[in-house]
Design a protein around this ligand. Structure first.
Ligand SMILES: NC(=O)c1ccc[n+]([C@@H]2O[C@H](COP(=O)([O-])OP(=O)(O)OC[C@H]3O[C@@H](n4cnc5c(N)ncnc54)[C@H](OP(=O)(O)O)[C@@H]3O)[C@@H](O)[C@H]2O)c1
Length: 328
């Protein structure tokens, strides 16, 4: 492996800009090449961030000998084909969330990565943030006692546009896959990976047939509950509250956590801060590069099994609502 890990970017949309701003500030990374099928985008993106090469199709990027790992940043519906292309051509892959549209697609890709001995991980950036590691450690140490309840909601107001990826059924739109994955991930973090004993869900299917709002109620073996929801219909504070038998944690903006506070039963409060080194996307990139250097094909912080379990739960929810995407 070269001195610097050589990155390729597949899809030059909104999130690719955020990710590459972090990547290009990391001394151990080099932006080797980018690919976009939108006319003019790859060249403009490459020039903006100083990439060594640009392509107007994805295959030459996947075949480039100058690239070690590809970050897949297309819309959800394309992740399966895009990741398969990259693995087939021998590349390591970091793929945006949701990893694929359903569990079946994800299982196929993780099996392929195993056969090819390539690193593969879903880019759920929240899992790698320093503040999240701190919450995990404090919960494990019992700072707020036994967990009784988690509330976490991710609501945004996205202007109605049937072509936008949030509303477009062909692009696997809907709140669950795009936004709901964050409170569900947060529940997985808070309950230390424990699978809920019971999952109840409701959805408000909208004008294009996707869930514009959805609700997820999880019950755990201990009797603890998680009340979670997501929506693109209306905005509200994106907050989480973890309630324990000795106190609680208030976690504003839990999906890009930079601060949170602990409130104990004696009325004491402990505010904690975890400012990002760059913009927050650096931590998932650093973890991917650590794994490459250590020749790991999966990160212990987010294994293929965890990604598949999340999709399994989301598949079951969509089945209950009668929401299937084209081609499923
Ligand atoms: N981690 C995060 O914080 C975060 C935030 C936002 C989004 N995301 C995830 O990142 C992915 C991309 O989101 P985004 O907001 O960056 O999306 P976007 O800007 O709308 O699109 C990303 C790329 O997907 C391709 N694409 C978009 N619409 C297409 C269409 N109708 N037909 C064919 N290709 C199309 C284009 O690739 P080309 O450049 O090749 O044309 C586009 O540049 C999603 O899966 C989303 O869930 C993650």
């Amino acid at each position: 492996m070269a001195d610097k890990i050589r990155w390729g970017i597949l899809g030059c949309g909104a999130i690719a800009h955020s990710f590459v701003k972090a990547l290009t500030a990391l001394p151990e990374a080099r932006l080797a090449a980018v690919a976009s099928r939108t006319p003019g985008k790859a060249e403009a993106f490459a020039k903006q961030y100083g990439a060594g090469a640009w392509f107007t199709e994805y295959t030459p990027l996947a075949e480039s000998p100058d690239v070690d790992i590809i970050y897949v940043a297309t819309t959800h519906n394309l992740h399966h084909d895009n990741v398969r292309l990259c693995l087939d051509r021998g590349k390591h892959v970091l793929c945006e969330k949701p990893f694929t549209v359903n569990e079946r697609q994800a299982l196929e890709l993780f099996a392929l990565a195993k056969r090819k001995k390539r690193f593969l991980m879903e880019a759920v950036w929240t899992r790698f943030l320093p503040g999240i590691q701190d919450i995990k450690a404090k919960l494990a140490a019992g700072v707020i006692g036994d967990i009784e309840r988690l509330d976490a909601n991710f609501w945004i107001q996205a202007p109605y546009d049937p072509a936008h990826r949030l509303y477009n059924k062909t692009l696997a739109g809907g709140a669950l896959l795009d936004l709901g994955i964050y409170p569900l991930t947060f529940a997985d973090i808070v309950f230390a990976g424990e699978r809920p004993a019971e999952v109840t869900t409701r959805a408000r299917l909208g004008r294009t047939g996707v869930d514009e709002a959805s609700y997820y109620y999880l019950r755990y073996a201990s009797g603890a509950r998680a009340q979670l929801s997501s929506s693109c219909r209306a905005a509200a504070p994106i907050d989480a509250v973890i309630v324990g038998t000795k106190g609680c944690m208030h976690v504003p903006r839990f999906f890009f956590l930079q601060d949170y506070s602990i409130h104990l039963a004696d009325n004491s409060q402990l505010p904690l801060k975890f400012p990002f080194r760059i913009n927050g996307y650096e931590y998932e990139a650093v973890e991917a590069m650590r794994c490459l250097r250590e020749e790991l094909t999966e990160s212990p912080l987010l294994t293929g099994e965890k990604t598949c379990a999340m999709l399994h739960m989301m598949d079951a929810m969509r089945k209950e609502w009668g929401l299937a995407y084209p081609g499923e």
